[in-house]
Design a protein around this ligand. Structure first.
Ligand SMILES: NC(=O)C1=CN([C@@H]2O[C@H](COP(=O)(O)OP(=O)(O)OC[C@H]3O[C@@H](n4cnc5c(N)ncnc54)[C@H](OP(=O)(O)O)[C@@H]3O)[C@@H](O)[C@H]2O)C=CC1
Ligand SMILES: O=C(O)[C@@H]1CCC=N1
Length: 268
């Protein structure tokens, strides 16, 4: 893939560009960016990463890969904008939440299409991505996409329908953890600790717990019980989580996000 165009130049496009350029998976000179109107944003990406700015729509014809990195609500208009310029040999990779491969085939014609759900941790090579393909993607291109996504984290192939769940879990997942940290910082400061101290303690706690789950072959409930001394502080904390319906809140969170992904698929 010598020429890769990002249609949409927001957070997710930047996370992938940053990861690919930094990890030397895709040279910056192979990457082109375009958006709706924010030319300052394109100039910033050019300056930060050395990527090219798409000069005119005719250049879309020669792209090997078009990456859809726009919001779901903008996808139909964006496809309408480019459909007369895209060449027959151009493959498509979409990171757009909820939008089905079938919708992209309708908008851009029958061609190889991959749908990926990464997360913003691609910026630092730590994305957890799900991927699904239509039946026109060759084995060679599948391997290439997997390699590109492995360079910015882990990637797991799933049936397309399961991408709704992947979106709700790992696509949105970083936001849930940041929200948790915001709550920890609020309560920590009530005890007179500074926000910075709480952040250092809890970021390391998240990183350490994730590393434990990856390195020791034990289930989360086993690891949890090792922290929980009978009659101790953790037990008191967990009891408070239970009485405040922690499980219900988490189930509601993931189910709402999954349902929203399905609504986006229907254009709602
Ligand atoms: N952010 C995240 O954590 C994740 C996001 N995603 C998915 O990635 C996609 C992009 O999200 P995100 O990067 O956060 O969004 P942003 O709002 O940061 O960026 C959206 C980009 O789309 C551009 N755009 C809008 N309409 C058009 C158009 N008609 N033609 C060309 N470009 C257009 C905007 O340009 P302009 O600024 O000029 O209007 C902007 O560059 C979404 O579909 C989201 O579901 C997937 C996984 C994680
Ligand atoms: O909130 C969203 O719709 C996107 C998809 C996953 C993360 N951000």
């Amino acid at each position: 893939m010598q020429k890769i165009l990002f249609l949409g130049a927001g957070s997710m496009a930047e996370a992938l560009i940053h990861g690919w350029v930094e990890e030397e998976v895709v040279p910056a000179e192979h990457i082109y960016v375009t958006n709706r109107s924010n030319s300052e944003r394109l100039a910033l990406l050019h300056q930060k990463y050395g990527v090219n700015i798409l000069e005119n729509k005719e250049d879309i014809f020669s792209m090997d890969l078009l990456i859809l990195a726009i919001k779901p609500k903008d996808v139909k208009a964006a496809m309408e904008d480019v459909k007369d310029y895209i060449g027959p040999e151009t493959a498509v990779l979409s990171v757009v939440a909820g939008i089905a491969i079938e919708t992209i085939e309708e908008g851009l014609g029958s061609r190889p299409i991959a749908r990926v759900m990464p997360n913003t941790s691609a910026t630092i090579g730590m994305s957890a991505s799900g991927i699904a393909f239509n039946n026109q993607v060759s084995q060679v291109h599948k391997a290439l996409y997997l390699q590109m996504l492995e360079a910015v984290g882990i990637v797991i192939e799933v049936d397309e329908d399961k991408l709704h769940a992947v979106t709700a879990l790992s696509g949105s997942g970083p936001a849930y953890l940041y929200y948790l940290l915001e709550a920890w910082e609020s309560v920590g400061t009530e005890f007179g600790l500074s926000k910075e101290v709480v952040r250092q303690l809890m970021v390391q706690t998240i990183a350490g717990s994730a590393a434990m789950l990856k390195s020791v072959k034990e289930e989360p409930d086993v690891l949890r019980k090792k922290v929980t001394s009978p009659g101790g502080t953790t037990e008191a904390g967990i009891r408070a989580l239970e009485s405040n319906r922690f499980n219900e809140a988490i189930f509601a969170c993931i189910k709402s996000a999954e349902a929203r992904s399905r609504e986006l698929a229907k254009g709602e």
